[in-house]
Design a protein around this ligand. Structure first.
Ligand code: FES
Length: 653
């Protein structure tokens, strides 16, 4: 005898044999219901609600009496109010008549989750790690199977997993103990459907991973709950390798010039990751062994150094990396102190200087899914990466931006942390400055005394754009010393021009915070590198304009797009189509951690993207010089022409 069952909200319907449980019916009809314990009736995750009454639209009369009676196990998880609300456990209730079943959000498998980040990114939660609860037959004198074989068979029978699953060797050593501690009931965590990486006594739901973005200057880490998709904690630190060199090339040189240079830098970054993992798990009330997988993104040089792969050849023509494919390595082999059996997944390298971090940006932003729109994506870091294209063709390049836009190598530069000036406005007539400091909602001078300690990347871009608009900086980049303002002066130490952004009395450091001529120069070099790179890509793709610009980077959340265009960081574009998305590379690392399909996408896009080497172009130098001007010596910016027309220039009324 068969009965009709309808699942909502999916609307899936069909006929199932009498006696089939709701969970079995859901599988037959392709509806995913959470079942952590695999129908062992011990997790309580498979709660569904029976809608009662006659549903004309479907032609069925749904009744609670059409299900088998409430069982003792269900009372463990359902309160009397839940029972009165017609809730049941899907793995217990058997279908004996027509029913309409509503699957509430929290019981739905394959959840769609929003990434907690600067930008809303919806993705399917589908990590490489999955948990399975099994109850084993206890060993007897008659049953001589080994513990591992017993476990494999149970997993095979209950979940149809391979009966030849591998097991981490360190875990194997403890397996007999764990199985007996759980009295033959265990939760098994399997990585990539092929290796058992954790066995815990009884039922366990904890599942955590760590995504790390190893930047040249900063390292950002995200502790994620792989069961819910939530980011439990975010933390960051300076890349401890900075002491060996500020940028990628100086670090490669350090590795070449010192016999133990590579080893030292490798250990420095691994120690850094360990510090972050320790700090974050402690704060979250976890232990490092709770982290069962780590995903890493970095530029190619950081990738090689972090993995202790010879980086020498990445730094010299033809810039061939040691490996381009993605890598899966045991954390313990790298010295990363998380769970001993944990896997580290390093995203693939695209080309010489375009590394897994750019792949991270791409899988987060997905320009390759765009039909017609030509998207320009700029990831601003010490090493800048640029992507251009859509589903038909993707081009990429990299450029040595230097750390200026991250606030380093700037006299009062600092990370985007409390105390950093992040937004600046300059009055064109009086040259008075108002600014906003991270950590406070009010602007100076409304706020009399600020906690200003320095200036971060977005503040630097704002300050320079505002100084240009007020005529303090000339189109060539020179600070105009003819202006009659105490803010424009010669620096005490080197007598070079500078502009006072904040007077000592306003700050928490008791010193004037200034933008120096050297700072302006550093920003000019960075923005020219980005601009020239973007223009080359446009030419190679055969387009003379882009439809949208995406600014990524650790400080990108707060970057003022108008300021960025006024200083000429990227070619002209409709300002309403310029968006800042924050640390997209870090988001990419998180997405690869939370959804294994993103790793497949990463592999595909790394192959699809064509690398364009711009530095060897014969006219690179002359283009670079032209791009140093504000916003550019030659190119026009129709979308901000009204702003440029208002720029005060010496001799201009
Ligand atoms: S699946 Fe665990 S209680 Fe139903």
């Amino acid at each position: 005898m068969e009965h009709q069952v309808i699942f909502q909200p999916s609307g899936r319907r069909g006929r199932v044999k009498a006696g089939t449980t709701i969970l079995e019916a859901s599988r037959e009809l392709g509806v995913e219901i959470e079942s952590v314990c695999g129908a062992a009736k011990v997790c309580g995750k498979c709660v569904v609600k029976i809608e009662t009454g006659y549903f004309e639209k479907f032609g069925i009369d749904s009744k609670t009496e059409h299900l088998s009676g409430l069982q003792e196990e269900e009372k463990e998880f359902l309160s009397p109010a839940d029972v009165a609300d017609n809730q049941r456990l899907a793995c217990v209730a058997e279908i004996n008549g027509d029913v309409l079943v509503f699957v509430p959000e929290e019981s739905r498998g394959a959840k769609q989750v929003v990434l907690e980040t600067g930008k809303e990114r919806v993705f399917d939660l589908n990590p490489a790690l999955q948990k399975y609860y099994v109850e084993l037959e206890a060993a007897t004198l008659e049953d001589h199977r080994g513990d591992l074989e017993r476990l494999r068979e149970a997993l095979h029978q209950k979940y149809d997993l391979s009966d030849a699953l591998a097991i981490d060797f360190y875990l194997l050593r403890d397996l007999p103990k764990i199985i007996r501690a759980g009295e033959w009931k265990v939760t098994v965590t399997i990585w990539d459907d092929r290796e058992i990486v954790q066995v815990e006594p009884g039922l366990s739901e904890n599942l955590y991973g760590l995504a790390v973005d190893v930047g040249t200057t900063t390292v950002a880490a995200y502790l994620c709950n792989l069961k819910t998709g939530a980011t439990v904690m975010v933390d960051s630190m300076m890349n401890p390798q900075v002491r060996f060199g500020e940028d990628v090339l100086s670090r490669i040189t350090y590795a070449m010039m010192n016999e133990d240079g590579l080893d030292k830098m490798h250990h420095a970054i691994i120690d850094g990751i360990n510090t972050l993992a320790q700090r974050m798990t402690e704060k979250a009330g976890l232990v490092t062994a709770d982290i069962l997988e780590v995903t890493l993104v970095f530029n190619t040089a950081m990738h090689h150094i972090a993995l202790n792969i010879e980086p020498k050849f990445v730094g010299r023509s033809p810039f061939a990396p040691g490996i381009k494919s993605s890598l899966d390595i045991k954390a313990r082999d790298l010295g990363i102190r998380v769970n001993k059996a944990a896997n580290v997944h390093a995203l693939p390298v695209e080309a010489g200087f375009v590394g897994p971090d750019n792949v991270g940006v791409l899988i987060a932003e997905e320009p390759y899914k765009q039909r017609e729109e030509i998207r320009l994506i700029i990831d601003i870091g010490t090493n800048g990466e640029i992507d251009l294209g859509n589903q038909d063709r993707m081009l990429c390049t990299s450029c040595a931006t230097g750390p200026a836009l991250e606030g380093a190598q700037i006299k009062f530069g600092m990370r985007a942390a409390p105390g950093a000036i992040e937004k600046v406005r300059v009055d064109h007539e009086t040259l008075k400055v108002s600014y906003k400091v991270i950590g406070s909602e009010q602007w100076f001078p409304e706020l009399k005394k600020t906690e200003a300690r320095g200036i971060c990347g977005s503040g630097i871009i704002d300050a320079i754009a505002e100084m240009f608009k007020a005529g303090i900086i000339e189109p060539s980049g020179r600070i105009n010393m003819k202006l009659d303002s105490p803010r424009v002066r010669k620096g005490e130490d080197n007598k070079r021009p500078e502009f006072v952004l904040a007077w000592a009395g306003e700050t928490s450091i008791g010193k004037d915070i200034t933008i120096t001529q050297g700072d302006v120069r550093a920003v000019q070099l960075a923005k020219a590198a980005l601009y020239v790179g973007a223009k080359y890509l446009m030419e190679k793709l055969g387009v003379d304009k882009v439809d949208s610009v995406t600014l990524a980077g650790a400080f990108g959340n707060y970057i003022d797009r108008e300021s960025a265009m006024v200083i000429g960081m990227f070619p002209d574009c409709d300002l309403t189509r310029v968006v800042a998305v924050g640390n997209a590379a870090g988001d990419g690392a998180k997405l690869a951690l939370l959804n294994k399909n993103k790793r497949v996408e990463a592999r595909q896009v790394a192959q699809m993207a064509e690398f364009v080497e711009t530095a060897i172009e014969p006219d690179f130098q002359s283009r670079f010089v032209a791009a140093m001007g504000f916003p550019h010596s030659k190119d026009r910016f129709p979308h901000i022409q009204h702003i440029l027309d208002g720029v005060k220039r010496p001799g201009k009324k």
